[in-house]
Design a protein around this ligand. Sequence first.
Ligand code: UDX
Length: 449
Amino acid sequence: MEKQAENSSRLVLVLYPFQGHINPMLQLGTIFHAKGYSITIIHPEFNSPDPSNHPLFTFISIPDKLLESNVSLSPADFMNLVLALNRNCEAPFQKCLKQILDGKHPHERISGVIYDGLMYFAQTVADALGLPGICMRPTAAAMLLFSVIPHTEQESVFETQIPELHPLELKQMLKSMSTNPTDAMTEVRAAALNATKRSSGMIANTTEFLEHAALSMIREYSPAPVFTIGPFHKLAPSSSSSLLQEDAHCISWLDKQAPKSVIYVSFGSMASLSKQDIVEIAWGLASSEQPFLWVIRPGLVHGSEGTELLPDGFQETVGERGFIVKWAPQQEVLAHEAVGGFWTHCGWNSTLESVSEGVPMLCSACFGDQFLNMKYICYVWEIGLRLETELERGKIQGAIKTLMKAALHGAPWMSSQSESYLFDYVMRCCDIKLFLPICDGSRQCWSLV
Ligand code: UDX
């Protein structure tokens, strides 16, 4: 049952239905709810979150017609999925929002619509109904540089970028992003930018402390104000938003391990690996002689449960030293004292969660923004090691040993103040000032409290 918030203002949040986007949006909802707002979550039918985990919110599902649209759910084709969601969800969302407006409590005010940047149809509907729209970006703010700087200027801007951003190699990233963009990708980028221009602002899950240089540059170019309210998960300790069942047994197993001895291995919710990658990772972990907790989610290898691909003799070799789960309570895992390192695909949520707990990372970026996050981790913040793209057991073994040694004793490749840097960061997270944009009904007028 939804709890009625005291100031009778409601925010409508529109989810993009993938784990790495659902988590930050529901965390943001929790932050606003704590500030007195009632929260309505609108989501497509596909990958619906479980409302029973969030009794303070109202959940409304809208038809997405994805089955009829015949789009593939593979990450390689996800721009077509984004287009289909935007095409199919606009009319049902408008109908739903009108119903909310018609049926609202007489003293209630709809303050605005906060939508995931990929659900840009929500801005069009908000405009049509005279409501402010705010775009939530679940990636590093630096990714916004590729959308807010006009396309024709990007190359020259990235050439003369401020020194703090050099390690991100933005020009090189731009090249890899621009090589043969599909029609769908070009259409999504243009539509998302167009929506941003009409929005009342953008909310980024980041902090000035981590991304000061990128944020300064973004603010020069952004057509809308940018608010940094992150890291959301630290401000909004909320219940699980996992689409897969979290296996809590791994926590009891972690309880039995020595402090900082365990390497946690997870590649997030979308990345995929080959069968051979699983074999190389398995033998790399086995020969590292380090305790490990490994998430092999169904579909990590396309069309497979994953665990049946583990090589013969692997389980016998590692015995109790290894623990494998389909899905872990990741935040709890990273906060556990037994965890000394995180081998990650560098998704932005995983990155923030690891940084917040002071856990150094072994980085294997798989696609998109993960390459930029990897550069932040390894070359800007200097709290991680990069593992070459091709996974090979010997290199994995060596990298794990180096990382876990560094976790215990520090290392030359880690910033000399790395330990204190992480500690300092965690401290700042704790008393971070929450800038809450409050909508006063007009598009340009937001105040910060
Ligand atoms: C993707 C992109 O990689 C990411 O950069 C972007 O910002 C959002 O979309 P994803 O690949 O799923 O996200 O990675 P990540 O951003 O790390 O999000 C995964 C989330 O799932 C994290 O919040 C993590 O805590 C959670 N998770 C992961 C679990 O709860 N259990 C697991 O076993 C694995």
